[in-house]
Structure formats: structure tokens, C-alpha cells
Design a protein around this ligand. Structure first.
Ligand code: AMP
Length: 198
């Protein structure tokens, strides 16, 4: 199983990705977690990207793509991945598609976790206690999402492997909805395959 999770900061991508990883026995790969780890470990990547991560700006595409290539390929060999936080822009999606196709690791489904702004802000402010995120950085991260990632959803709209789930529900219900939709998609794939082989 090869999945993408797309949603605003605070939409629950991390929580849902973890649960999907456990459910399907696949690797959870979070671009944000990997980038934060680089910053923490003060690697050369970490030193280059700290200013972007701290400000809530997107890290340059090439850095993210290079960083993800190895873990994604390794995950595919081990049964699959759920990618949380990548792609975040149309450019990343286009570049990733080319690379993934060349490597035979293309995504099979993309899940959009939809959560209203008021709920996102409530969650992010609650989460910010004890972290470095100020209200300003939170507002900026949401602004970056609207400017850069909403166009990605528009770009993916209408593809049969992409669907939206109401992310404002309880984590259990969100998980259930995602798994249900993935099962339908798998059934659709099978019927397509049957039709093709008939
Ligand atoms: P996240 O935990 O997914 O919200 O990501 C935290 C931060 O990591 C973001 O605010 C960006 O600075 C950076 N980041 C994560 N994923 C990406 C990506 N796909 N492209 C660019 N920057 C990213």
C-alpha cells in the first residue's frame, strides 16, 4: 500500500498516518519529522533548512526530494508507505510523480483530511504550548498551506485515487472513514482489472 496524506497543519495527518501505518503494516514517513530531526541533529541539511522550518516556510523542493528518496524506496521494498506532509505543492507533486514512476514506487491513493480553519487554529494553539510555535508562526503556516497546498488539491481534484475525509471528526471515526474509502478504491481497482482481463 502506497498512500499520501494531505492536510493543513493541525488536520491530524501525523495521528492518522501512524494509525494507517499500523493498520496496513507500512512505514510512516513524515517529511516534517525528518526535517525537524535534521535541525535537531544539526546535520548539514539541518543547518540549511532551520530558518525555513522555524518560520513555517516551505523548505526548498530539492532538499525535501533528496531527503525522501531513500526512505521511500526502502519502505516500498518493505511493503509500502504512508507519506505525511509530502507533496505540499504542485511542483513537488509533478517532480515526485516523475521520480516515483522511474523507480516504480508511485502512489496508489491520496487522502485529503479536511478540517475547518477555526478547528485548525484551536488545535494548533493547544499544541503550541510547550513548543516554539508562536501565534504568528501558526498563522503563517496556515497561510502557506492556503497559498501552496490548496492548489495541489485542485490539481489532484477529479483523480479517482484521491478522496476527502472529514478530519474534524474523532480520530477513530476519521481512521474508519479512510480505511472504508481505501477498501472501496481497492474493490474498484479489482473490478477494473477484471474488466481489463475479461
Ligand atoms: P509538518 O510537520 O508537516 O507541518 O512540517 C513542518 C515543517 O517542515 C513545515 O512547516 C516546512 O517548513 C517543512 N516541510 C515539511 N514537509 C515539507 C515539504 N513537503 N516541502 C517543504 N517543506 C516541508
Amino acid at each position: 500500500m502506497r498512500l499520501l496524506l494531505i492536510g493543513a497543519p493541525g488536520a491530524g495527518k501525523g495521528t492518522q498516518a501512524e494509525r494507517l501505518a499500523e493498520h496496513f503494516g507500512i512505514a510512516h514517513i513524515s517529511s516534517g519529522d525528518l526535517l525537524r530531526q535534521h535541525v535537531k541533529d544539526q546535520t548539514s541539511i539541518g543547518q540549511t533548512i532551520k530558518k525555513y522550518v522555524d518560520a513555517g516556510d516551505l523548505v526548498p523542493d530539492a532538499v525535501v526530494m533528496d531527503m525522501l528518496r531513500k526512505p521511500v524506496v526502502a519502505a516500498v521494498e518493505a511493503g509500502g508507505y504512508v507519506l505525511d506532509g509530502f507533496p505540499r505543492t504542485v511542483d513537488q507533486a509533478k517532480a515526485a510523480f516523475e521520480t516515483a514512476r522511474a523507480l516504480g514506487v508511485e502512489v496508489q491513493a491520496a487522502v485529503h483530511l479536511d478540517v475547518p480553519d477555526e478547528e485548525l487554529i484551536r488545535r494548533l494553539l493547544a499544541r503550541s504550548r510547550g513548543s516554539d510555535d508562536t501565534e504568528e508562526v501558526i498563522a503563517h503556516r496556515l497561510q502557506v498551506y492556503r497559498e501552496k497546498t490548496i492548489p495541489l488539491l485542485d490539481y489532484y481534484a477529479g483523480r479517482e485515487w484521491m478522496f476527502t475525509v472529514d478530519g474534524a471528526q474523532s480520530p477513530d471515526k476519521v481512521h474508519e472513514d479512510i480505511v472504508g474509502r481505501l477498501q472501496k478504491l481497492a474493490a474498484f481497482d479489482t473490478s477494473q482489472a477484471d474488466a481489463a482481463s475479461a
